[in-house]
Design a protein around this ligand. Structure first.
Ligand code: MN
Length: 199
């Protein structure tokens, strides 16, 4: 879990502008962290667990705070993960590229399916590349739900809430998705994939 952005707000220009990054990180993400901590305030045992563990086992969370953990804990976990996956000019290679070619036919087909699923997601949510039963799969979630709750292992994710792109792209969601493909940190994605194979 990272608490600090490992790069500058302008590092992803021109694909994601510095102002969006700053507001996204310092306002949106931080507000989820704050509400998540508030929900856990009176639950000492739950505080000892990682946010990912809590998200994995939502049914074990007391009903009174379950919705808040799902939304705000999910918001925290998803954003923390998202930040680690962004870097300019990294090409897909090694194990992950091999597996993408095997599973989707080729990289362009993968990109097309990821883009189509992102475009057809209604409302706010996320598009994921996950490992599900040892197989790569593209899936979307609404709100801040995370595939961890369904026993899947996230490899890559795209934030499709309007706050992630509205300042620069307004209603042009397709352009934002296109831009995302220029700033995927494929080294990190590969690391996530190789780790997932061991689980
Ligand atoms: Mn966001």
């Amino acid at each position: 879990m990272i608490n600090k952005l490992p790069y500058k707000y302008n590092s992803l220009e021109p694909y994601i502008d510095a102002k969006t990054m700053k507001i996204h990180y310092t306002k949106h993400h931080q507000s989820y962290i704050k509400k998540f901590n508030t929900a856990l305030k009176n639950y000492k045992n739950l505080q000892k667990k990682s946010p990912e563990e809590l998200i994995k086992n939502l049914s074990k969370i007391p009903k009174k705070i379950r919705m808040s953990i799902r939304n705000n804990g999910g918001g925290h976990v998803n954003h923390s993960f998202f930040w680690t996956l962004l870097k300019k000019n990294i090409k897909p290679k090694n194990e992950i590229l091999k597996e993408i070619n095997k599973e989707f036919g080729n990289f362009e087909k993968f990109k097309k399916e990821f883009t189509n699923k992102s475009l057809t997601l209604f409302g706010s949510g996320w598009t994921w590349l996950v490992m599900s039963n040892k197989k790569l799969e593209i899936t979307t979630t609404s709100g801040h739900d995370n595939p961890l709750s369904k026993g899947k292992i996230p490899i890559l994710v795209l934030d499709l809430w309007e706050h992630a792109y509205y300042l620069k792209y307004q209603n042009k969601k397709a352009d934002y998705i296109k831009a995302f493909f220029h700033i995927i940190n494929w080294n990190k994605v590969n690391e996530n994939f190789v780790d997932a194979l061991k689980k």
